[in-house]
Design a protein around this ligand. Structure first.
Ligand SMILES: CC(C)(COP(=O)(O)OP(=O)(O)OC[C@H]1O[C@@H](n2cnc3c(N)ncnc32)[C@H](O)[C@@H]1OP(=O)(O)O)[C@@H](O)C(=O)NCCC(=O)NCCS
Length: 234
């Protein structure tokens, strides 16, 4: 039942609504607890950084059904995001933490040191000369899907599949070799990814010490460009 679903890149006018839906649907994530203003700034920063995959799904009447974030070159994307919007994000986070002591404690305990190092790097990069562009990297080109979410009352009607198909198409258009994503081991979404042909590839631990299962989706197989995944049943 995907006929009435339109998938398209996120534009400015989508940001408030998509970031609010993200906070609602992925409320188990730390990101969703960082406050609405931070979340809007985060979406804007994501979309504005080069190499973003940022998609919304809208229904026949234009209603928002879901969203997906990812990147075709995650390392370059996050560096650009920090350089372009890091200061704004830090201010939003600090303001929210100032008014929410429980969140502030969680922020300091789980991410304080790492974020402080990030701020120091941000300040350092602003003071120093820009680094030379890296030489051609001959390793596999791996993109990432970081968030997929569908409105609760439209889950199970093909919207998630349509979003992921569009992310896979974006990965192919960017000539990537594969896409990866991680998901908490206890989340039902693992079954969804496996159903769509993503392969579980072991557990990873985030820098904030959270466990995730990693999934891979090959976009090219043995140089044939035909992918190495079992087709996702319909
Ligand atoms: C996970 C999520 C994105 C899936 O989107 P969705 O729109 O509900 O899924 P779809 O209807 O497109 O499902 C596509 C196919 O996957 C199957 N599927 C969906 N969830 C599944 C699951 N948990 N296990 C196995 N298969 C599943 C569907 O049956 C469907 O199969 P079919 O096309 O062969 O009939 C959505 O349910 C969601 O937003 N959940 C809450 C947020 C979340 O967990 N996000 C992922 C964070 S990592």
């Amino acid at each position: 039942m995907t006929g009435a679903v339109q998938i398209r890149p996120v534009v400015s006018a989508d940001i408030a609504e998509a970031s609010a839906l993200h906070r609602e649907i992925l409320d188990m994530e730390f990101l969703a607890r960082c406050g609405p203003a931070f979340m809007r700034a985060y979406y804007r920063a994501w979309v504005e950084a080069p190499g973003a995959i940022a998609l919304v799904a809208r229904g026949a009447s234009g209603e928002l059904l879901g969203a997906l974030l990812g990147a075709t070159d995650p390392a370059t994307h996050v560096r650009a995001m920090v350089r372009q919007s890091g200061a704004r994000l830090v201010v939003h986070l600090a303001l929210y933490a100032a008014g929410h002591p429980a969140f502030a404690r969680e922020l300091v305990v789980s991410r304080g040191r790492r974020y402080l190092r990030g701020v120091a790097r941000l300040v350092g990069s602003r003071l120093s000369r820009p680094r030379e562009a890296p030489g051609e990297d001959r390793g596999p080109r791996v993109g990432e899907v970081t968030h997929v979410l569908v409105r609760a009352d439209r889950q199970g009607s093909g919207v998630g599949r349509a979003l992921l198909d569009a992310a896979v198409a974006a990965g192919r258009a960017a000539e990537l070799d594969e896409l990866v994503l991680v998901t908490p081991p206890d989340l039902a979404a693992g079954g969804f990814y496996r159903h769509l042909g993503w392969r579980a590839d072991g557990e990873v631990t985030s820098r904030s010490d959270e466990a995730f299962v990693r999934y891979r989706y090959l976009l090219r197989g043995g140089g044939r460009g035909d992918g190495g995944n079992p087709p996702g049943p319909r």
